[in-house]
Design a protein around this ligand. Structure first.
Ligand SMILES: *[C@@H]1O[C@H](CO)[C@@H](O)[C@H](O)[C@H]1NC(C)=O
Length: 457
């Protein structure tokens, strides 16, 4: 009897301690920005992470080694392009959360992505996208999903845009129907000069927020080596995004044409010229492989022999991450000194009513080839109206929802939408007290347990 009760007491204690350790605030979009639950703005300092083609989020030991070093680098987001929705991701997602890192994950896989040359959006694609969302919506540190990566990769490809937007519409509709958290749904675009800013605007211009992305992101390698805001092209990117109604960020950046990489573009992105418009950037990429963009390479984990390591295409894809220098430390130094605070949600919310959808691009011969007013090739009817009426407001993340600030704030605070300001304050205070209570309660409980054990013995 004695051993049993001691064991169960310890198990209880173990469970109690495990609870708050990996708590991480969810991320929501409001207007053109990302916010934490406490109303502070979220800027991505991200890294592309795809060690192996199928799914890098299944090897917990590897995740722990990588995410510990990423935290040291100052990372707060990773992007993963391919995952297996049937695998178990608990270990890696917990390791990510413990390091304070959010996940942006692509919903498509190699055989389900939308194809520019033969664009379509089918039920079988949708089923696979749903499966990835079903799996990753469980985790509070899933900060966003992509419906595509560089689907359109030539200037002739704009006819695929309605399929990308249809996928976004359907996955948002599915998210709302399932009552999932409003995980932001976005697209990661190739940087095609001839389609700028038409593609960007097309994806955020329709009157109903159900027919717009929740965020847009760009893979841009315009800034190489010594350059500047003016000469790199970033000034033009900024001018084309300054009134953009939804969050926008670099989903890939980090040109490697000039060595070593100094990441000076980060100072522009997180500085006064751009930080009011852009929500940060993701550096391509973590692992060193043939394309030579790696921030780390792998050595054998301590105690293991090199021949046990997973190697593909001549590059180890597992083991102890070793910084590729000086690049790694250059990036670390940049991020350490760039700490934009942005705007508090309580201040920002007042201005969201003036945010308007982007203006829809007009089609031109030989250029942008889509009529913005044609119906989308969706598979699902929008459920945003239904969801917006319920306790889990639907796709209210877009521009015209600025006229309903109560719903926006409700999404972030998860409290009754009736009184934004008081609920914000109450929620903020209670979050603080909750942390304190846990601490105090934990020590109190520990004291009682030790006392009880001492008495007993
Ligand atoms: C996830 O977030 C919700 C809402 O903030 C919170 O109630 C829940 O405890 C969190 N889950 C974990 C595992 O931290």
């Amino acid at each position: 009897m004695r051993p049993l009760s001691t064991v169960s007491a310890l198990a209880w204690l173990g469970g109690f301690q495990a609870l708050p350790v990996n708590a991480i605030q969810t991320i929501s979009t409001v207007g053109s920005k990302f916010f934490h639950e406490d109303g502070t703005q979220y800027f991505l300092k991200g890294i592309a992470y795809q060690l192996i083609p199928d799914d890098p989020l299944v090897d917990t030991a590897q995740c722990k080694r990588d995410f510990a070093l990423m935290a040291e680098l100052g990372t707060n987001a990773i992007r993963v392009y391919h995952v297996d929705p049937k695998a178990n991701h608990d270990g890696c997602m917990e390791a990510l959360a413990a390091a304070g890192i959010y996940l942006f994950v692509d919903l498509d896989t190699f055989d389900t992505s939308i194809n520019q040359d033969k664009p379509q959006w089918t039920h079988s694609q949708f089923e696979r996208y749903k499966a990835v969302l079903d799996e990753f919506q469980k985790y509070n540190n899933t900060a966003g999903v992509f419906v595509g990566n560089e689907v359109i990769n030539t200037k002739e490809g704009s006819a695929a845009a309605p399929y990308v937007l249809a996928a976004a519409h359907d996955i948002k509709s599915y998210r709302n129907e399932k009552g999932y958290r409003n995980i932001p749904v976005g697209y990661s675009a190739a940087d095609i000069a001839e389609l700028r800013p038409m593609l960007q605007n097309y994806l955020a211009c329709r009157p109903d927020s159900a027919d717009r992305l929740d965020f847009f992101s760009l893979n841009a390698y315009e800034w190489c080596g010594p350059s500047s805001y003016e000469t790199s092209g970033y000034k033009r990117l900024q001018s084309q995004a300054s009134d953009y109604p939804i969050p926008i960020f670099f989903s890939e950046t980090g040109c490697n044409a000039a060595r070593p990489r100094t990441f000076e573009d980060q100072a522009a992105i997180f500085g006064p010229e751009m930080a009011n418009t852009w929500s940060g950037s993701m550096i391509y990429e973590w692992i060193q492989e043939a394309n030579d963009y790696g921030l780390i390479k792998y050595g054998p984990p301590s105690g293991a022999s090199p021949d046990k390591m997973l190697v593909q295409d001549g590059f180890p894809r597992q083991g102890e991450p070793i910084p590729v220098d000086p690049d790694f430390h250059n990036l670390k130094a940049q991020w350490a000194r760039l700490r934009p605070t942005g705007v508090a949600l309580s201040d920002y919310i007042k201005s969201t009513s003036s945010i308007k959808p982007a203006s829809c691009p007009t089609s031109t011969p030989g250029g942008w080839a889509v009529d913005s007013h044609q119906p989308l090739p969706t598979l699902q009817r929008a459920t945003s109206d239904v969801a917006a009426a319920g306790p889990n407001p639907g796709s209210g993340s877009g521009p015209d929802s600025g006229s309903r600030p109560e719903q926006l704030s409700a999404r972030v605070t998860s409290v009754a939408p009736s009184d934004y300001h008081s609920s914000r304050a109450v929620n903020g205070a209670s979050a603080g007290t909750r942390g304190f209570d846990r601490l105090a309660g934990g020590s109190l409980f520990l004291c009682m347990l030790i006392g009880a054990l001492a008495l007993w013995l």
